[in-house]
Design a protein around this ligand. Structure first.
Ligand code: ABF
Length: 222
């Protein structure tokens, strides 16, 4: 199977996983990226079974609305029953690197508000140690140089992602050369740098379930 076929299979598996949770008042959190896009297209087939969604990016909100699926502001809902999103890397404890699509801040907010976080990915995303994928950091633009110097002190090599402005009006640094042996501690350390909005480590709040599309079928890690 191709990587795209694995993503499609895992998008369909995500629907099967959440179907029992969908009721007339259910709000579904929806992530960003190519795997999340396939999930959105599958979710549209069940749009009359639940109330609506909150989205982690403007791009996903537009895709949901294009299917006629209601998109609410996060402040307008009381509970997000389940959040479905992709990842750039996951370790075996379901700590994630996210943010390759520059939507990490809204993704982390929606994940924090959700009862259950289901990550969907093809098998190439599962790693023993996080960090081969450069860690995205959203920064306040005027603090970019300061944050970059602090990241060098932590052992990383930050690279400015040119021509990218996040949905929140900020910039992205991608940090190379990190062997992330303690993701919880590193997430905390980077959050403490003044000027950092969010970092792409999802370890304080990892995924609850990882649905992994593999050539041998869907694997579920919890
Ligand atoms: C988002 O989309 C991310 O946080 C991650 O950067 C990316 C994964 O993209 P894809 O599903 O296209 O591989 O979920």
């Amino acid at each position: 199977m191709t990587q795209d076929e694995l993503k499609q299979a895992v998008a369909e598996a995500a629907i099967e996983h959440i179907l029992p949770m969908l009721q007339a008042d259910t709000i579904v959190g929806v992530g960003t990226g190519s795997t999340a896009n396939l999930f959105i297209d599958e979710l549209a087939k069940h749009k009359h079974r639940f109330d609506g969604t909150v989205a982690s990016s403007e791009a996903s909100a537009q895709r949901l609305k294009g299917h006629g699926i209601p998109v609410y502001s996060l402040n307008a809902v009381n509970e997000v029953r389940v959040y479905i999103d992709g990842a750039d890397e996951s370790d075996h404890h379901l700590n994630l690197i996210k943010g390759g699509g520059a939507a990490l801040t809204r993704e982390k907010i929606v994940a924090a508000c959700s009862d259950l976080f289901v990550c969907i990915a093809d098998e190439s995303k599962l790693v023993d140690v996080l960090g081969a994928f450069p860690l995205p950091i959203e920064v306040i633009p005027m603090a970019r140089g300061h944050v970059a110097r602090e990241l060098v002190k932590l052992g990383g090599t930050p690279v400015y992602r040119a021509n990218v402005i996040t949905d929140n009006g900020n910039q992205i640094l991608d940090v190379h050369n990190l062997d992330i042996l303690d993701p919880v501690a590193l997430e905390q350390s980077i959050n403490n740098i003044v000027g950092v909005v969010t970092n792409g480590l999802f370890a304080a709040r990892p995924a609850d379930v990882l649905l992994l599309g593999t050539k041998d079928g869907i694997k579920t890690l919890e």
